[in-house]
Design a protein around this ligand. Sequence first.
Ligand code: DGL
Length: 280
Amino acid sequence: MKQDLSQAPGPIGVFDSGYGGLTILSKIRELLPQYDYIYLGDNARTPYGTRSFEIVYEFTLQAVNKLFEMGCHLVILACNTASAKALRTIQMSDLPGIDSQRRVLGVIRPTVECIGEITRSRHIGVLATTGTIKSESYPLEVHKLFPDVYVSGEACPMWVPLVENNEANNPGADYFIKKYTDALLKKDSQIDTIILGCTHYPLLLPKIKQYIPDEIEIVSQGEYVAASLKDYLHRHPEMKVKCTQGSRCAFYTTEAEDKFIESASTFLKEKINVKRIALE
Ligand code: DGL
């Protein structure tokens, strides 16, 4: 159904199933501090990583529509699971009917683009949620750009709960970090590059490094997504003029506001105001 959306310039929307997208938002704001942003976390329905294709698509489309209604012309899905399971359908099937001038971008393509220059062995690994691994999105995207690169993936279903429950730096986390990193390295001993294909995982990086040989490069996606957005806005001046520049950032959540503020402090080192909204 065609919506009556404002054509006035607006903030850039950043969506995640929960808190993890804040790691991406931080890197984007570091590189492009001049723009206005709206962060939306579907915290009431997180995690997405274990949900079916249909549900992730339905929830993500609701969030995208909400960000469009809030005035965004450009929305970043700062969630690998949503990028893997919903982005393409939204781009191909939904956007033309909503507003063909609005854009939704994901985090997988920008992350994959950097791989060609990093790997020497042409064997890479991906650590991500079960949903992202099962979708095969990383191997599919890698092979579009670099058909010679061999990709192994390992699902890490316990890592998001470790971060969300503030256990990332505690000794209990080591068991599950070693479990999944060992399993990945066992699949292919020639891996020289590992993508952290989930927005929460940068918070586990100090521990992940302990279980991965020093010579293996670990790719956290925030910087690559930020650089790719900068490049996108440079290449698309028609979109750039639709993004307001006042260095503001508003936060919205589908959960209780105080819960978001408490947990977001793990990801952000600033004081924030947040408003609760409903997605439907
Ligand atoms: N943000 C999600 C991702 O990057 C992880 C959290 C979830 O499972 O919802 O895949």
